[in-house]
Design a protein around this ligand. Structure first.
Ligand SMILES: [Zn+2]
Ligand SMILES: [Zn+2]
Length: 339
């Protein structure tokens, strides 16, 4: 089969590789499309837990073309999305509702072959049936949206809380829509790129501003007592450090963006104490594929405007570079026939 390969750090190849073998508890999925994610950039730069060579890609859906002999509940021809997080199911974390911290965690496209390929092997337990109403573009958004659903389960949004989101990349724009559904009142977005500000307004932000001199005044006008929830969706340490000044007493700060793993920020422990603040992290997802599929199928979350490029595998290296430089929104690699 044809696949995108990271043979070594900072290297991309498109090659013929052997088709994946189907273990007894697995299915083989013919990939329809697969999204490029910031995590793929971290993998490429060797800043993540992956070993090389690797076929990356963890945001994909497709059609089952082979079923392992122990598999029940799945048949050839069915469309599925694959949860790339493979939880063992028997460690102490899995057995205590913290499967995203599984002690034996494996990731499709992270520690084993992923979705930038014609075929992927995946355990049947990680596959989720897709309703016919979801197209391939939506199928490739189930995984990123499942991360947003996990984040929404981690925080508490009180009715009519004003919310501030820093960063309006594809994930920030999903967060805008999710927070609207969670009952927020004002949703303010700070973002450098003008086209993304426009998109944030379309997705439901009541205020979208570029960072700069008027930013604080405009945010204050929307939330004079500060924001009930402040979310970083940039992963940029300087942005994170500045985020706390917008948080009201009893407010919740959510670290959604992935910062470099060596980064440090200055936060005053006295301020945390004095303001009753909650500081919350959110890692990947944890059995949140079903609510993500339901949110997409119901039309509550609109992902089409978040995809700026859909290209064939041959264009992977070019678009990967543009994505890593922040010049695109979500990039989808079209692999199988369009559905
Ligand atoms: Zn991802
Ligand atoms: Zn486990």
């Amino acid at each position: 089969m044809q696949a995108v390969l990271f043979p070594a750090p900072e290297t991309i190849a498109i090659e013929r590789v052997p088709d994946p073998a189907c273990a007894p508890d697995e299915v083989i999925v013919q990939v329809a499309r697969c999204g490029i994610c910031g995590t793929d950039v971290h993998i490429y730069r060797n800043e993540y837990m992956s070993a090389f060579p690797l076929i990356p890609g963890h945001e994909f859906g497709g059609v089952i073309v082979e079923v392992g002999k122990e598999v029940t509940g799945f048949q050839v021809g069915q469309r599925v999305a694959v949860d790339p997080n493979l939880y063992c199911g028997h460690c102490d974390m899995c057995r205590n509702e913290m499967a995203n911290h599984c002690l034996n965690w494996q990731g499709v496209g992270i520690t084993r072959g992923g979705g930038f390929a014609e075929y992927v092997a995946a355990p049947a337990r990680a596959c989720y049936h897709l309703p016919d109403s979801l197209d391939d573009m939506q199928a490739a958004f189930v995984e990123p949206l499942a991360c947003v659903v996990h984040a929404m389960k981690r925080i508490r949004v009180l009715p009519a809380d004003p919310v501030l989101i820093l960063g309006a990349g594809p994930m920030g724009l999903l967060l805008v829509q999710a927070l609207r559904r969670m009952g927020a009142s004002h949703i303010a977005v700070v973002e450098k790129q003008a086209p993304r500000l426009e998109l944030a307004r379309r997705m439901g932000a009541s205020l979208a501003v570029a960072p700069g001199q008027e930013q604080d005044e405009q945010l204050k006008a929307v939330a004079p007592r500060g924001f009930g929830v402040v979310i970083d969706a940039t992963g940029v340490p300087a942005v994170i450090e500045g985020a706390f000044r917008f948080l009201r007493p009893r407010g919740t700060y959510l670290q959604f963006g992935v910062a470099p793993n060596h980064a440090k920020v200055n936060v005053s422990p006295y301020d945390i104490f004095r303001n009753d603040w909650m500081i919350i992290g959110t890692f990947a997802l944890c059995y949140t594929f079903l609510p993500a599929i339901d949110w997409l199928a119901s039309g509550a979350i609109d992902i089409a405007p978040l995809v700026s490029h859909t290209v064939p595998m041959a264009d992977f290296a070019d678009l990967f570079g543009q994505f890593a430089a922040g010049k695109t929104l979500k990039v989808h690699i079209q692999i199988g026939d369009a559905a």
